[in-house]
Design a protein around this ligand. Structure first.
Ligand code: APR
Ligand code: PHB
Length: 391
């Protein structure tokens, strides 16, 4: 019979980061994912890292490529259709963010797994969790060759995203989900053209939201909001570029270099939190427990702070025989989760045109942007949330 101390379900950024942190402390773990490495690395996700995320990679000694290729950003811009309003992160908070694709961070973690002795099994189908109520849970699955597998462990950590089996294994009367689904999605394009501006621009325009982001000095990532359920086939590249130029405003539009999209997709926007984040011997981390709309780029960074708390708790349990931190995990993680949810929700509300909102709501958005432009206090509140609240 196979046995590990911790079985992690999901080899996205949350599962891989946690696996590395536990291995570095000598905790024995197995990571299971139903997909292949290529599939996981094919998912394009946000690209802004908070200090907590960068420092976890530093602690693991896996920060070489991130430091060489990532771009430090001291600020970002809000736009109201006409002007740019700079949020000077460095001056307002003494901190900054790093622009580095989440896919690249996942690749760095994946590639280091073998040399660090982190075992990952890909292609694991029908993963099922058992016995989390007690202290001897186990996980079963069908491996890539069709054979039935089982591992016994002391803890299971669900890092299997919003649709994974971990959260769903918690009995209905033992938890509660809080959800808000937005009536729009983000259409994103990736193109090998220089960014239109050296900092990110989040624009709130009469016609809707737009975001100018980047992956490097020669690769741009742009988004516009579109009605929920929109078909990407309705958005040939030229239509996207035209819309971006209008929504980002004249100054940014002047800097846009157009080029063929190398990826184009639409993602729905959702806010979701599940409480509690622990059920017996099962801990939830990342998207398995909560989803934020991408406005503010908190998804990966929240996964990183969950993983930081979970690694601390599990290390205390196995190395010091202390279970207080495991008992406190859910409360500690949720306190940071709800604040990031609040920030992502409020930035989403400020920057998007809700189809049910009328001219009054638009004036409220413009008044808030105008207030932000004139108030250091308002800018500080945005900046300290954007760089990430203390862990
Ligand atoms: N069995 C095994 N693995 C599963 C199953 C399953 N039934 N369902 C999902 N998974 C795996 C997925 O294949 C994926 O690799 O769980 C992993 C979850 O990874 P992410 O969705 O990336 O979630 P997480 O690691 O929490 O990432 C948090 O990064 O990916 C973004 O949008 C995400 O920004 C958020 C942050
Ligand atoms: C991205 O570059 O993909 C990105 C950046 C910032 C966000 C969301 C996505 O808020």
């Amino acid at each position: 019979m196979r046995r590990v101390q911790v079985c992690i379900i999901g080899a996205g950024p949350a599962g891989l980061l946690l696996g590395h942190l536990l291995r570095a402390e000598g905790v024995d773990c197995l990571v299971l994912d139903r997909q292949s490495p290529d599939y996981i690395l094919g998912r394009i996700r946000a690209g802004v890292l908070e200090t907590i995320t960068v420092s976890l990679m530093e602690r693991l000694g896996l920060d070489a490529r991130l430091k060489a290729e990532g771009l430090w950003h001291d600020g970002f811009q809000l736009a109201d259709g006409e002007r740019l309003i700079r949020i000077d992160l460095a001056d307002l908070t003494g901190s900054r963010v790093m622009v580095y694709g989440q896919t690249e961070l996942t690749r760095d973690l994946m590639q280091a797994a073998e040399e660090r002795g982190l075992e990952i099994e890909y292609g694991a189908r029908e993963v099922a969790l058992h016995g989390m109520e007690g202290d001897a849970p186990h996980v079963t699955w069908t491996d890539a060759n069709g054979a039935q597998q089982r591992v016994d462990c002391r803890f299971i950590v669900g890092c299997d995203g919003f649709h994974g089996p971990s959260r769903k294994a918690i009995p209905a009367n033992a938890g509660k989900g809080f959800e808000r689904v937005y009536p729009f999605g983000w259409l994103g394009i990736l193109a090998d053209v220089p960014p239109c501006h050296h900092e990110l621009i989040y624009a709130s325009h009469e016609r809707g939201f737009a975001l100018a982001s980047m992956r490097s000095e020669t690769r741009s990532r742009y988004y516009i909001d579109v009605p929920a359920g929109e078909d990407v086939a309705n958005w040939p590249d030229d239509r996207v570029w035209d819309e971006l130029a209008l929504r980002l405003g004249p100054e940014a539009a002047a800097g846009i270099a157009r080029g063929p999209s190398i990826e184009k997709s639409i993602a729905p926007l959702r806010s979701f939190v599940f409480e509690p984040m622990r059920y017996g011997s099962l801990l939830l981390c990342g998207d398995a427990a909560h989803i934020v709309p991408p406005t503010g780029a908190k998804g990966l960074n929240l996964a990183a702070s969950d993983v930081h708390y979970a690694a601390e708790a599990l290390t205390a349990f196995f190395l010091r025989n202390c279970d207080d931190a495991v008992a406190a995990y859910s409360q500690k993680a949720l306190s940071r989760v709800w604040k990031a949810e609040r920030f992502s929700w409020s930035l989403t509300r400020l920057m998007h045109r809700d189809p049910s909102g009328g001219p009054f709501e638009r004036r409220m958005q413009l008044a808030e942007l105008d207030y932000i432009a004139s108030s250091r206090a308002a800018q500080t509140a945005i900046a300290e949330n954007y760089v990430g609240l203390p862990v």
